[in-house]
Design a protein around this ligand. Sequence first.
Ligand code: SAM
Ligand code: DTB
Ligand code: SF4
Length: 348
Amino acid sequence: MNPIKILDILPEKMTKTHNKLFKEIRFDWNKEEILEILNMPLIDLMWESQIVHRKFNKYNIQLASLFSVKTGGCEENCSYCSQSIYSASEIKSHPQFQVEEVLARAKIAKNEGADRFCMGWAWREIRDGKSFNAMLEMVSGVRDLGMEACVTAGMLTEEQATRLADAGLTAYNHNLDTSPEYYKNIITTRTYQDRLDTIKRVRNAGINVCCGGIIGLGETNGDRASLLEVLSNMNPHPESVPINSLVAIEGTGLEDNQEIDSIEMIRMIATARILMPKTKIRLSAGREKLSKEAQILCFQCGANSIFYGDELLTTSNPSFQSDRKLLKEVGVSFNKDFETCKKTLSSL
Ligand code: SAM
Ligand code: DTB
Ligand code: SF4
């Protein structure tokens, strides 16, 4: 049905909200407006977000596979992370994988239907030298496979960003994680401004920005709105916004945090979709705790990408096969190339 037709039959109050939301892509959202959206009656929020999603996007889901190229031993103290040297989790450090090994993993992901390959380094920042040169080779190797390449490796300099752009990097992932106000409760070894500066360097180098956050850190709804305010006031908006829900890992500072309700994830995704209509909203960590139905509601409210593959960085994720089954049930295409997608689906 044409959404404009639905608008015609809306009660007056809802039409007003709608006009406000619908007018254009905005970069001036404020916290109060965002909180109002985040706290809307759920049914209205789901409906509003779906209309925005259908207006601005095709209904497909991007599949991004993730690989931890360098695991553990990170000097930052992010209290949710098993890879930090401050964490008592039993995660085994692993030296950086070789270029060939990484590209072999990218090929497997491609054969499974992924069209983006994201590579993670447990680093505070990128340092020049052999490891960085290998990263550049990995990026161009992934691009040669016809996939999008994303890297997440901490802070970087202008020059490093330019070299990554020259190697063909599609996107750099650097999350703000939470609100500027709550940030100090989660990480103290770097500042919010450090994160913003890195994101700016990525943007200036012409690389797409992948920047999101985590819910379940103990933050309030106000903090969630505040994080979304920072993201939606970036102009242009980040091309990709991962919404993670905390995977409470034993030995990390947040191991005892209470699990968040799936409805909160749905609200966060729906609100992100309304604020940033064209951005890829990635339903990220924590999917194993979501029922099939909750994930479907996330897709309906505008999530249009998932991390696809049995593993995230150090924790597990739904299997390739179960995700393909889910997407088949939902009936959305999951690859840019619809024919390839249909072939993969029919071979299930
Ligand atoms: N070291 C780099 C950095 O922090 O930018 C890259 C890797 S880091 C693991 C990537 C992102 O994963 C973090 O910014 C955080 O948002 C998310 N993440 C890490 N551990 C998580 C957890 N236990 N639960 C949910 N999200 C997590
Ligand atoms: C993002 O926002 N989430 C991904 C990716 N970017 C790098 C990482 C999730 C990590 C979950 C915990 C783990 O596996 O260690
Ligand atoms: Fe290091 Fe990234 Fe983990 Fe923070 S989230 S401790 S920067 S690997």
